[in-house]
Design a binder for this molecule. Structure first.
Ligand SMILES: *Cc1c(COP(=O)(O)O)cnc(C)c1O
Length: 552
């Protein structure tokens, strides 16, 4: 025990005088200087403390870390001054966090952000607006509507008159900022569910069903003479869609996976077959079909035009989960990959992924400016009927003004600036795929359609054995290859210089078992082919040091 330290603590008291000092201005002059110094470091990218490695090291194990976080009692008196707390964060916490900004960190959808994002985030924190209502946000509610219309236009390309009419209309809504992609998807499917089970006049006249939002799922099923309701999405769908199935009361097993083709895209024939079967049975309602624009694991884009056609033919709601791929629309070169998205009823885009906003910010867009009416809520203290508050038609309550960050970022970089990063990701992923295919030890598993690809280490001796063997033997050899990939991925992560993630994928339709694959996501503009070659070199080295030695 450090007694000097404890004595110092005793000099800190929680009284009104100290509180006023802390609340109104940062303590004394010296403290102020320290704070400005730290603010400078923070604003310029936490340079000193996150520079060295990706930080997934096992230098400190999780177990060891947890030992330092066992205290479950809140102190009565202050322990430390503000400047000391910040200094602790910088010296103790930051080095043990993960350096997601490293160009060698290519395993996840979280990466470096432009440094000005930190300024913008600090400004929104300082303004502390709450866009749930006009009375706590004023111009920021108006600004939010404008940026929503800009992105809506990027997706749906409606006419000038359309945007003139809706950009600041208080009766309609083009979308919402949300906490993340999960709540954006939930909002979309909530709306789809309510629109499917609305109180439509086609119901028999003696039904007094007022819609599912009011009367609930059981009354809805009864009123529509249905036994279940489903959502269809490709096998590659994000798990947030299953959560939505649970929350919306239809059951997560009724978020039905549709098989994919060899390119990991939704198989339209299979989708068509499922729709036909459901329609034949007559007791199941299809709330929505979800197309993915940039699958989390493989980056692939479903055949959006074909799905849209089927949805139109059968009058089914069409949602596109473009949480990852949405910003590809900013690229003049690659926007065509998302063709068909303009026919969606709703579109999810994450702002904290390829719009490079700080954690966390998602968005949901609706083609029909009245779609959100079916989830509107009022109260007497905020969001009164007839008011213009953005919180009337959103899942979230209080919200930060993220629109200010996105709006500013688009002003600073323009759509071309974003497109440079998008193009770089897609083109670097293609170079990476070529490099993987060139190397004997590696096998490309999913070719990148955007900036995500999967591959695995597959030693030629084992690979050759697979091609000549029966199913059972194949499975056995793949298990061995799986273990190799799991080990190399873990050892590379522990070494702390670079990071790729891993997942399990079925590589072809009809495959019974998945294989372990390494997954890399190229979104950091500083990640180039040379860095990716180094990552492969390191994987080769780890493989030879662990497995070659064992065998010989
Ligand atoms: C990331 C992602 C989500 C979920 O987004 P969160 O922001 O993590 O909640 C949904 N769908 C896809 C395709 C994603 O990539």
């Amino acid at each position: 025990m450090n007694t000097r330290y404890e004595k110092e603590n005793l000099s800190l008291v929680a009284d009104w005088k100290t509180l006023e000092r802390i609340f109104i201005r940062p303590e004394d002059d010296e403290c102020r200087k320290t704070l400005v110094k730290y603010m400078e470091q923070i604003l310029f990218g936490l340079h000193d403390f996150l520079k060295f490695n990706v930080g997934i090291t096992e230098e400190i194990s999780l177990k060891e870390l947890t030992l330092g976080f066992q205290n479950t009692i809140i102190n009565k008196n202050p322990e430390k001054k503000l400047a000391d707390v910040i200094s602790d964060i910088i010296t103790v916490i930051a080095p043990r966090a993960v350096n997601v900004a490293s160009p060698y960190f290519v395993g996840h959808m979280t990466a470096a952000i432009p440094f000005f994002m930190v300024h913008l985030k600090a400004i929104t924190a300082a303004l502390n607006q709450n866009v749930v209502k006009l009375e706590t946000s004023k111009v920021l509610s108006v600004l939010e509507r404008q940026i929503l219309a800009k992105i809506h236009r990027l997706i749906f390309k409606e006419s000038n008159e359309f945007y003139k009419r809706h950009v600041q209309s208080i009766d309609t809504s083009l979308g919402n900022f949300t906490t993340c992609g999960t709540t954006a998807n939930l909002t979309a499917l909530w709306v789809a569910r309510n629109r499917f089970f609305s109180s439509r006049d086609k119901l028999d006249t003696d039904s007094n069903f007022r819609g599912i939002e009011q009367d609930g799922l059981i009354a809805a099923m009864h009123s529509y003479s249905l036994e279940k309701a489903v959502i269809l999405v490709s096998e590659r769908g994000h798990f947030s869609l299953k959560k939505a199935g649970g929350i919306l009361g239809i059951g997560n097993k009724n978020v039905i996976p549709v098989g994919v083709d060899a390119k990991q895209k939704m198989d339209i024939k299979k989708l068509n077959g499922i729709i036909k079967d459901i329609k034949k049975n007559g007791k199941t309602g299809i709330i929505s079909i979800v197309g993915i624009a940039g699958a989390t694991e493989t980056g692939t884009i479903d055949p959006l035009c074909d799905i849209a056609d089927l949805c139109e033919e059968h009058s089914i709601n069409f949602h596109v989960d473009a949480a990852w791929g949405g910003p590809v629309l900013l690229s003049e070169k690659y926007a065509h990959l998302l063709k068909g998205i303009e026919n969606a009823d709703s579109v999810t885009i994450d702002a904290h992924k390829q719009f490079y906003l700080p954690m966390t910010s998602g968005m949901i867009y609706f083609k029909n400016p009245c779609a959100l009416d079916c989830i509107s809520y009022h109260s007497n203290y905020v969001n009164r009927a007839g008011s213009v508050d953005l919180g009337i038609k959103s899942l979230e309550g209080s919200r930060e003004a993220h629109s200010l960050i996105l709006d500013s970022a688009l002003k600073i970089m323009g759509s071309r600036g974003y497109a440079l990063m998008i193009d770089h990701g897609i083109e670097t992923a293609a170079q990476f795929a070529a490099e993987i295919s060139k190397r004997e030890l590696f096998e490309l598993v999913t070719k990148p359609e955007t900036n995500i690809l999967t591959y695995r280490i597959a030693p030629p001796s084992l690979k050759n054995k697979i091609s000549g063997s029966g199913l059972r033997e194949k499975i056995k050899i793949n298990r061995v290859i799986d273990e190799i990939n799991i080990t190399v991925q873990r050892k590379q992560r522990e070494a702390g210089k670079s990071f790729v993630s891993r997942t399990r994928l079925k590589r072809k339709p009809g495959d019974k078992y998945g294989i372990v694959v390494l997954r890399s996501v190229i979104m950091n503009p500083m990640t180039d082919i040379n860095i990716l070659k180094e990552i492969l070199d390191e994987q080769e080295k780890i493989f030879f040091s662990v497995f070659r030695r064992k065998k010989q």
